[in-house]
Design a protein around this ligand. Structure first.
Ligand SMILES: [Zn+2]
Length: 409
């Protein structure tokens, strides 16, 4: 048999003990087996880990890289929303496109092959962000699959004109709808509206759900209730949910069971949550990061994602998901290899499940999306912030990032 390319001597996340070869043909994976026989050019990786690429389930491309336009002093959520809302009035499509492209190119070099991008829609920005990201989706299809979640960052019921724009975006190809219930005076009302629009367009839902540390009341239970009432299990994700970090164990377990039973997934955004939460404390500052690892044990699907890059919500960022997995492990005090492997799964396999991707994995017949990391296991990759060395999208090499070389005397 002849192949376009053979990647030799790699380990796969689902079986790190054995090394295999991957044969690529016509943009797809034609064969995966040890000591693959066949002709064609080959690259050898010395037992390094190959994965189908990292997945961002929650990334804001439209408001990335605007730190130079925002003067923030407090580092609170309210300040970030206000600063970005002000900066947004100066956004043009070309400007959004240029900033977002910068993030996409970093993401590609960090081994990301799929992105769910949250894009703001309201009467001030209109569909500028949506149109810009739609164009980038085409322009970067050689390296990334991008899906767009349009959402009302500044409110839905309180912001007349927003719903019509969300509907227009969905008619023009937005892939799903998001919500931000804490921005409306009637959060439950917003949740209900979002479900009704999702049903009308038959799309998944991804809420920015809550963003504070008050565990005395929450909107999680209402989302679970509506998910079950609408038969939307497996199609709803909630992001941040920082309240989960503030709940005593019994309450947390109760909510985790509701999420698992309703089929609602959780996305934790550690860089943003660590930066914005607990600003009212002057000592013993809480982490404010939802304990995704404990949700996993209760049967809730979870992902970790970047959220923001270089803006008032998160004035950091290199679009590295291996860094995000490491940051979560560190903040959540996870040190055992199995726990670190779980963190790796939350930027790969579990993220694919959250996005309801029909194909994700290195197996014969799948599209040849492959990234090789400078590590031999998932746990090692997370612990050591392993660098991606090379990546392929549908069989075409999309980036190279050689390991550093030392010039010893
Ligand atoms: Zn977000």
């Amino acid at each position: 048999m002849s192949f376009d390319l053979i990647l030799r001597d790699v380990r796969l996340p689902e079986n790190e003990a054995e090394c295999v070869d991957i044969g690529l043909s016509g943009g797809r994976i034609a064969a995966v087996m040890p000591a693959l026989k066949g002709d064609g050019p080959s690259l050898a990786f010395g037992g390094r880990l190959a994965l189908p690429g990292f997945i961002e389930t929650h990334l804001h491309l439209d408001k990335a890289c605007i730190l130079d336009r925002c003067a923030c002093a407090k580092g609170t959520l309210e300040e970030a929303i206000a600063a970005v809302a002000a900066a947004k009035r100066g956004f043009t499509e070309a400007d959004i496109e240029a900033r977002a492209a910068k993030v996409l190119e970093r993401a590609i070099a960090q081994g990301t092959t799929r992105i769910r991008s949250h894009v703001e829609v309201d009467p001030r920005i209109g569909l500028k962000g949506f149109d810009a990201v739609m164009r980038l989706r085409k322009a970067y299809a050689w390296a990334l699959d991008i899906e767009i979640c349009v959402f009302p960052q500044e409110g839905l019921l309180n912001d007349p004109g927003t719903e019509a724009l969300l509907r227009q975006a969905l008619k023009q190809g937005a892939h799903l709808i998001g919500g931000c219930p804490y921005t409306d005076t009637d959060p439950f009302g917003q949740i209900e509206r979002i479900f009704s629009i999702a049903r009308e367009f038959d799309v998944d839902i991804d809420f920015h759900l809550d963003f504070d540390l008050d565990a005395s009341r929450n909107t999680i239970e209402e989302v679970c209730r509506q998910t079950e009432a609408h038969g939307w299990g497996g199609r709803v994700a909630i992001g941040h949910v920082t309240k989960l970090s503030a709940m005593p164990a019994a309450q947390f377990d109760h909510i985790a069971r509701l999420l698992a039973d309703a089929g609602v997934a959780v996305t934790v955004l550690p860089a943003t949550d660590l930066f914005l939460m607990g600003r009212g404390f002057d000592h013993n500052v809480p982490r404010g990061v939802a304990p995704a690892h404990r949700l996993l044990r209760q049967g809730v699907n979870c992902s970790l994602s970047t959220n923001n890059v270089l803006n008032p919500f998160t004035p950091f960022g290199d679009a590295s998901l291996v860094r995000m997995a490491n940051l979560f492990a560190n903040a959540a005090q996870l040190g055992r290899p199995q726990d670190m492997a779980d963190c790796f799964d939350m930027v790969t396999r579990r993220s694919a499940k959250l996005l309801n991707l029909s194909s994700y994995g290195i197996a014969a017949g799948a599209e040849a999306d492959i990234v090789v990391l400078d590590a031999q296991s998932r746990a090692q990759a997370v612990a050591e912030l392993a660098q991606p060395l090379i990546g392929f999208k549908r069989g075409r090499q999309s980036f190279t990032r050689p390991a550093p070389a030392l010039n010893k005397p």
